[in-house]
Design a protein around this ligand. Structure first.
Ligand code: ACO
Length: 328
């Protein structure tokens, strides 16, 4: 791969005000802070309150990224929103975001679950690099807590809400060096919301059966997650002509600290070169990688010339890796 001449020139994030701790959850389901901390690394998550939605969080993160890039919203040439918890079934969340940000450009959604942001980043970067379009705003935004059964201890502990955004602009140098986008559609049954689509429209029966809530075979997702993260990252390193030693920071999807530690260990990436913030936000699906990127930049952990490995995996089963050369 020769890479794409594009740079991330703006970063932003937004999370709801409301914090729900493990102790709070232990009041409503049979769990404990000790179990959740030990099995997942999560201590608390943010939960959208009244008036907070996937689009409202996306708009706040998008505003911050556009401000950080120092450009006018009117200059944005395309808006892509990665989400699997859309504002409503129709129209796409990106339409609400386009209006909320006062953009005058095309807008579409990408749904690749927790891999969505990396998929959208590659799509947006390809369009910028083609020269056909001006700066592209790529947002990952989710309100997973709206599709999780509050009484299911195996899922309610995992998810949180939030949004992260980047602005991609043309660059003299290749900034997106290599990527890998994958999916194994034979595994759709591992993780998903069964009802509410064309296969099983919502009805009083689906609601009564709990089919509108997220269902997950956590153990199997866990087992496969480590493998796909490692295989996809190795392939992407090969395509970029790099090794793990060249990676300054690994920014993985934040699903479970044990998945992150295991994958990072197999890749030979030590904790000091792996970004983890799952303790404060839980799994925010497509929002987790851009939120982590925004926090890493804020903490001064990204320097010009750094190679940053991004990695996502999730329902589908989908996965995605990308290596970015930082240029700010
Ligand atoms: N509190 C206490 N006990 C619990 C809880 C809880 N919150 N949840 C499950 N348990 C119990 C189970 O009932 C089970 O009890 P049993 O042995 O008596 O049957 C025991 O704990 C062990 O359960 P496991 O499911 O084996 O626990 P595990 O260590 O695998 O952790 C977890 C479960 C955290 C869900 C883990 O499997 C995981 O993180 N999986 C990956 C999830 C993921 O990454 N999803 C990503 C994609 S999300 C997307 O795409 C939208």
């Amino acid at each position: 791969m020769s890479g794409l001449k594009v740079a991330i020139t703006g970063l932003g994030m937004a999370v709801p005000e409301r914090r729900v701790t493990n102790f709070d959850l232990a009041q409503t389901v049979d769990t404990s802070d000790e179990w959740i901390t030990e099995r997942t690394g999560i201590k608390e998550r943010r939960v959208a309150g009244e008036g907070e939605t996937t689009a409202s969080l996306a708009i706040e993160a998008g505003q911050a990224a556009i401000k950080d890039a120092g450009i006018d919203p009117a200059d944005i040439g395309l808006c892509i929103v990665a989400t699997c918890t859309s504002e409503q079934p129709i129209p796409p969340t990106s339409a609400f975001v386009q209006e909320g940000l006062g953009l005058r450009c095309g807008a579409f959604d990408v749904d690749a679950a927790c891999s969505g942001f990396v998929y959208a980043l590659v799509a947006g970067a390809s369009m910028v690099a083609s020269g056909a379009i001006g700066p592209v705003l790529v947002i990952g935004a989710e309100t997973l807590t709206r599709v999780v059964d509050p009484l299911d201890r195996s899922t309610v502990i995992l998810f949180g809400d939030g949004a992260g955004a980047v602005v991609l602009t043309p660059s003299e140098e290749a900034g997106l060096l290599a990527w890998d986008l994958g999916c194994d559609g034979s595994l759709t049954g591992l993780l998903g919301v069964p009802a509410g689509g064309s296969r099983l429209p919502s009805s009083p029966e689906t609601l009564a059966n709990g089919d509108n809530w997220l269902k997950m075979d956590g153990r199997e997702v866990f087992r496969r997650a480590v493998r796909v993260i490692v295989d996809s990252a190795r392939l992407t390193l090969d395509r970029a002509g790099l090794t793990a030693d060249d990676i300054a920071l690994f920014v993985p999807h934040q699903a479970n600290v044990r998945i992150i530690d295991s994958a990072a260990g197999k890749l030979g990436l030590p904790p000091e070169r792996t970004f983890v913030n799952i303790d404060r936000y839980g799994n925010t699906s497509a929002a987790s990688v851009p939120i982590a990127l925004a926090e890493a930049a804020e903490a001064g952990r990204l320097r010009p010339g750094d190679h940053v490995l991004l990695s996502g995996f999730g329902a589908g089963m989908s996965w995605a890796s990308a290596i970015v050369r930082w240029d700010r």
